[in-house]
Design a protein around this ligand. Structure first.
Ligand SMILES: Cc1ncc(COP(=O)(O)O)c(C=O)c1O
Length: 411
């Protein structure tokens, strides 16, 4: 590696120096809005100059509990002073409580903690393949997993290998075989893709990154039934939809179904720290024996303490009900917006507006909203995602809608 370039601090402007450093030293794998956040509290973010913004992204739903929630902060600080990491080579005193809290809340029979969402997805894929060979009797190395077009399950090589987004998979191959891609929400296509080697169906309850896309009513009931009939493990990726975002603890509750394996992450730590988990209702996680899967940081004491506090805050402070009530209200107001809005959609506080294709692209509208103090994220060209922390108030939702209306009616 050649020498690191020397950066000359710009005497006149710390801001331009900061931009210069980011542009020179940082890989350009993100295209952030031009705002530099220094502080967050509840549903609000504050930039380096003290301007405040309503956060309508919530770090892709990792900050459901609101920024820097004091109870989670207290749990993190307290645990950080006692013990942060043992690795799983030794037991530690925070693990059992974490398992018990999650099991009580979700009904999970087995739990495997990891760190990022993508690791939880990878863990589920490994577990379900192993289960397919050892329990279902599928010929070794022939297991098939059905996934959906326009999925987003993370960024590892294994996962992007079954993405249909060229930005996600382009020039990263060759990829692992064993995945069949079907259109999201199309039951017949799912059914037609099943073979004797199908071990699992991996799917998001609502496709978030694809632009907050909901399946047709009844889709998941039929999928659930078919999975049961064919001995297929239904894996719901609730990393974004889970933990209150859609107005229920898990989005599967809207469909009246139970997944065999549920993946959660993001808000499991309230945005403090990467914590994810695989929750298993069937015997899938039972296939792992010591040494067959793991992570140095997965399930560490700090993560367990933070996650327990994040779950308590979520369930004890009315956030899930708030997401249901205010989500319905927000959606109603989004549907009444003026200007080039083709559709408003979503569930709970996982919402989006899709703009007309000739409206100039969603990024432009996010920049205009930023100028009025609202931070949102464009996705897939014409869609603006709106997913504030679940602590948002009705007044704040009204304020957000006023900003949207002002920006859109000036179109
Ligand atoms: C549905 C879903 N699955 C998995 C992931 C990956 O999570 P992480 O970025 O923590 O790896 C995401 C992240 O946006 C997601 O939305």
């Amino acid at each position: 590696m050649s020498a690191v370039p020397t950066l000359q601090p710009d005497a006149q402007s710390a801001a331009s120096h900061r931009d210069q450093v980011e542009d020179q030293l940082g890989a350009h794998n993100y295209h952030p809005l031009d705002v530099v956040i220094a502080r967050g509290s509840g549903a609000w973010l504050y930039d380096v100059d003290g301007r405040k913004y309503l956060d309508c992204l919530s770090a892709y739903s990792a900050v459901n509990q609101g920024h820097c929630h004091p109870r989670i902060l207290a749990a993190m600080t307290e645990q950080a002073q006692k013990l942060t990491l043992t690795s799983r080579a030794f037991r530690h005193d925070q693990m059992a409580g974490f398992y018990e809290d999650l099991a009580r809340l979700t009904g999970a029979h087995k739990i495997l903690p990891m760190n990022s969402g993508a690791e939880a997805v990878e863990t589920a894929i490994k577990a379900v393949r192993k289960w397919g060979y050892e329990v279902r009797g599928v010929p070794v190395n022939q297991a098939e997993i059905i996934v959906c077009a326009n999925n987003f399950h993370g960024r590892t090589l294994g996962i992007v290998g079954f993405s249909t987004d060229p930005d996600a998979y382009g020039h990263y191959g060759p990829f692992a075989p064993g995945f069949k891609i079907v259109p999201f929400g199309d039951y017949d296509a799912f059914d037609a893709a099943i073979t004797d080697r199908t071990v699992a169906f991996l799917v998001e309850p609502i496709q978030g990154e694809a632009g907050v896309v909901l399946p047709p009513p009844g889709y998941f009931t039929r999928v659930r039934q078919r999975c049961t009939e064919r001995g297929i493990t239904l894996i719901l990726d609730e990393i974004q939809t889970g933990l209150g975002r859609t107005g229920k603890l898990l989005a599967e509750e809207h469909e009246g179904i139970e997944a065999d394996v549920t993946l959660i992450g993001k808000a499991l730590s309230g945005g403090f720290y990467p914590v994810s988990a695989v929750l298993s209702n069937a015997d899938v996680l039972g296939v792992f024996q010591p040494g067959q899967h793991g992570s140095t940081f997965g399930g560490n004491p700090l993560a367990c303490a933070v996650a327990r506090a994040a779950l308590r805050v979520l369930t004890e402070e009315g956030m899930i009900d708030n997401a249901a009530t205010l989500g319905a209200y927000f959606l109603e107001r989004l549907r009444a917006l003026p200007g080039p809005v083709r559709e408003a959609r979503g569930r709970g506080l996982m919402l989006a507006i899709e703009l007309e294709p000739d409206a100039g692209g969603a990024r432009l509208w996010c920049e205009r909203l930023q100028a009025r103090g609202l931070l949102a994220k464009d996705t897939h060209g014409h869609t603006v995602r709106l997913s504030p922390p679940l602590v948002v108030t009705r007044d704040e939702v009204d304020w957000a809608c006023d900003q949207l209306a002002a920006v859109l009616s000036a179109a």
